[in-house]
Design a protein around this ligand. Structure first.
Ligand code: NAP
Length: 314
């Protein structure tokens, strides 16, 4: 969890690199505060009294939580109870809460609106560029807008969706920021979670051929772009609510990997396979493309991936 605050009190952990000097950033990991201890968490946040709280804590072992009830219980605490608790804390301090969520809240079927007030597809306003305009057959795939109704396929997805609901019910000034297929810097230690590109980049260097699932069409999200946009949303006083922040360019894992190897100059053969080749306990949506209807689109993931590739070389 990463609260940041304009300099209103002195003596905290100091300046984060690359952050404008009017901000004082207080960034905590599990060694600083175990967020499952809600009472201590409340006390620690109150001591800081931040203007904004960013919650990037999550339980992300999607498959373990699907098949193991103890793991599922852990997921519920971090993904559902914690966001609700943070929303309450933020409300008491009159702070803004920015909470991260996921495309896994969607089921991959044709989207339907959350609000009962609106027609399920075309709202009839003739909005420029609306995906629901015209004949359905002309639409290559569905994109999920911020308004669409979640219906998760997995236990993990449900814990995240319920976390969103807890923020909406218990919070006041909040942003729920959904993202998908996150990638960023290299993992710093053996226990660190590696992104798809990091794992497959390593595999591609060691093998003549690799297999990649040609499914799960969605958009990649480059962590530095997400971080900057998360800051912009707050600074620009955007209306509170749900945001989809992803890099443009919807691709399957296989298509994303082709782009990676081209950028890295690897001639490793990539064999496209179906999801049945790598059976996993938790169901994934075939399509979970997030549509960003509230902000200027982020750059295409290919450009972000080129930047990432340059950074990891050094
Ligand atoms: N990764 C993706 O592809 C993806 C896709 C869609 C949405 N998201 C969402 O993006 C957000 C960030 O995901 P991520 O992939 O960056 O997750 P991550 O790498 O697993 O990071 C989660 C963080 O939570 C911390 N944490 C876990 N338990 C804690 C505890 N009890 N007390 C304090 N800190 C604790 C972890 O600390 P340690 O490092 O010390 O364990 C870690 O820094 C999540 O909301 C996730 O649902 C991610």
């Amino acid at each position: 969890m990463t609260p940041f605050t304009p300099l209103r009190q002195n003596g905290f952990e100091g300046q984060a690199p690359g952050v404008k000097s009017e901000y004082e950033v207080v960034a905590w990991d599990i060694d600083d505060v175990d967020v499952r201890d809600f009472e201590n968490l409340r006390k620690k946040i109150q001591e800081v009294w931040p203007d904004v709280i960013y919650n990037a804590v999550a339980y992300n072992a999607v498959d373990s939580c699907e098949e193991d009830d103890e793991e599922y219980a852990k997921a519920k605490i971090l993904n559902t109870e914690l966001p609700g608790e943070l929303a309450k804390i933020a409300k008491n301090l009159e702070a803004v809460l920015a909470h991260y969520s996921t495309d896994y809240v969607f089921d991959g079927k044709r989207p339907t609106y959350r609000s009962g007030q609106r027609a399920p597809h075309c709202c009839g306003s003739g909005c420029d560029g609306c995906q629901y305009m015209g004949k359905e057959e002309t639409i290559p795939y569905w994109q999920y807008s911020e308004e669409d109704q979640p219906n998760p396929l997995s236990r993990y997805g449900w814990t995240k969706y319920k976390g969103e609901q807890a923020v909406e019910e218990q919070g006041e000034k909040y942003y729920i920021i959904r993202l998908s297929k996150l990638f960023g810097g290299l993992s710093k230690n053996a226990l660190g979670k590696k992104s798809f590109f990091e794992v497959m980049g390593d595999l591609g260097k060691k093998n003549k051929e690799v297999k990649a699932v040609d499914n799960e069409l969605s958009k990649f999200t480059y962590a530095p772009d997400l971080a900057l946009e998360s800051k912009n949303i707050v600074e620009e006083n955007e209306p509170f609510g749900i945001y989809h922040i992803v890099n443009e360019g919807a691709v399957t894992w296989y298509e994303g990997l082709k782009t990676l190897y081209k950028i890295l100059g690897l001639d490793t053969k990539i064999i496209p396979v179906g999801p049945e080749e790598f059976p996993r306990p938790a169901k994934r949506a075939e399509v979970s493309v997030l549509q960003n209807r509230k902000r200027k689109p982020l750059r295409n993931y290919e450009e972000a991936l080129q930047e990432w590739a340059k950074i990891i070389k050094n």
